[in-house]
Design a protein around this ligand. Sequence first.
Ligand code: BDP
Length: 724
Amino acid sequence: MKKVLLAACLLVATGASTLRAEDGYDLWLRYRLITDAPLLARYKAAVTGLVVEGDSPTLRAARDEMTRGLKGLFGADVAADAKVARDGDVIIGTAASSKIISGLPLAKELKALGKEGYLIRAVTIGGKKVIVVAGNEDVGALYGSFALLRQMQTHGSLASISLTSSPKIQVRMLDHWDNLDRSVERGYAGKSLWEWSELPGSISNRYRDYARANASIGINAAALTNVNANVKMLTPEYIANVAAIAGELRPYGMKVFLSAKFSAPIDLGGLKTADPLDADVKAFWARKADEIYAAIPDFGGFLVKANSEGQPGPQDYKRSHAEGANMFADALAPHNGLVIWRAFVYGGNTAPDRVKQAYDEFKPLDGQFKSNVVVQVKNGPLDFQPREPFSPLFGAMPKTPLFMEFQVTKEYLGQDTHLVYLGAEFEEVLRADTYAKGKGSTVAKVIEGSVDPYRITGIAVIATVGTDTNWTGSQFNQANWYAYGRMAWDPMAKSSSVADEWIRMTFSNDPRVVAGIEHIMMVSREAVVNYMTPLGLVHIMATGHHYGPGPWVRQGRPDQTPYYYHRADSLGMGFDRTKTGTNGVEQYFPEVRDRYASRKTVPDSVLLFFHRVGWTEKLASGRTMWDELVYRYNMGVDSVRSMQKGWDKVESAIDAERFGEVKSFLAIQEKEARWWRDAALSYYQTFSKLPIPAQYEQPAHPLTYYQTIRCPQNRNKPRCDAVP
Ligand code: BDP
């Protein structure tokens, strides 16, 4: 735990909360005793026993979870494992595993729910009132068990319960950017979970808890290692290690993927080339696939970053991304493996506009990929900014399944300490309309495969999970893992409802606490946009670590510098992506293109992403661009202050340890929101030459002060000196 001891001790000393200290390890699976006595009595009457027929590892996991959950929530053991239905039994299984379930008239309904779906229903069997949790496959029964526990954790009703659910997306994946030395690229939650030097002989308990957490929200796949790949991952030693991890995740319905380094035929195979059309190279990958599948029969496949940021790839041999991907596809096809090829291509030549590159390279390849290849596209055309428009590739590749790639590690969003609930961002992106096949062709529908009929559908997120006790670097970062899973299962889920569930399971069911924390979460995303990058600004973070402001940075490769993106000068700022500029807007379908291209219709939220705007030009609000910037930066700081007040109000309902941690992190966020505002406005002011109106707080220091703040450590969490 970080920096919170002092705050937590103070709270204990003042007796602010008498609740048992919690460290966050249990995530949303806390299963604390229900303190609402009438509700507890109702639940205890409805659930008195547990029947899990069948003994697969997955059904055992369901039984263990249910036993653990009920014991925690009820404060007492529940009788398990009868073979006949008794009043009050929860009956878990599939038609194949359970005689009781196969005897019920549920076959048709269950069939419609697919492999991973579940049904939960209160029914009467032979005069006995029971609750059935049924899936078509064991994993459906496991997901249903978590759903029934969630129903109780969130104080929902069990009387005549009747729920059915199935995922809208097939592959719901966590991508770890973990390195073999256990550092994590863009990781802010401690070290990598994977204990390579202890594996395969010794298995950390954490693997199972990690799998439980993922299964509880329907995540069914994980890519274990960094896309900036290490070829060692493909050696026999590491394959054995991965097999051991896969063995822990399998009962929880999770498949393992690995990132593959394109140059492995040279690095490992001793070949002179990695040309994807070379027969020896193909044979190398076919043998490698055979070797992996011999150790991990349900291995998911390869995730590949190629010809991007220095990674090797097919273009090194004048071959296309499709030729590269298809080579892997051939090697994996006999095993039903998948190639996930990333569209985050960011190579040497990005002129005239870096954000156009992914579309320009991939759109022409539509139709050329083999059937077990998918292309994974970041949510925006740039790189996980606080706000970007959705990537124009969504909807533009009707013949190539596209996976969505989100990031919850918050590389550009304040990393571990800033409270930013990303459910709101997921909702914004997923509901955006691409107009690919007319109105209503939302990004969600594209990735669900209902705009174009994709043979496989998927979504991934760059994980934030590490060895910190609370897993994610902060209590509230857990909410982003949770929201991702729930919205991967149902991309049209409302982020506020998901927040509501998470708060109830993580903190409290007290309606005032739920409302108070939900408010904090729901304003938090717009807050960070406002104090970092309002009005469609992007990438003005300091170079390298991406923490804190650095709009003044101009040295280095142009398209990695903030200046490239904001282009401030004495006339105004913004990046012209209309016809008079790089014409980036042309990559969108006409309705979206025209909306973004016109100053009359472009939303202020992405204004400077698409347009150059003069300092004194009037915006929709009636304010000038300069005044609007000042207004928004201040609004960002004010929002954080209101989040702080909101948090203080729930103090008595939260244990001192977690309360103190969040409080201290909010104080950091408030300080750093001011840092962002004051540094950014002081810098723009050197061009606009306009005053910050007197009603606003004025920058605490001259611009040079902010420009000389140094944040040592490059890619991991930096520690900045002398932040105001
Ligand atoms: C950028 C990160 C970099 C990653 C890259 C990627 O700064 O560390 O390697 O994305 O997605 O956001 O491959």
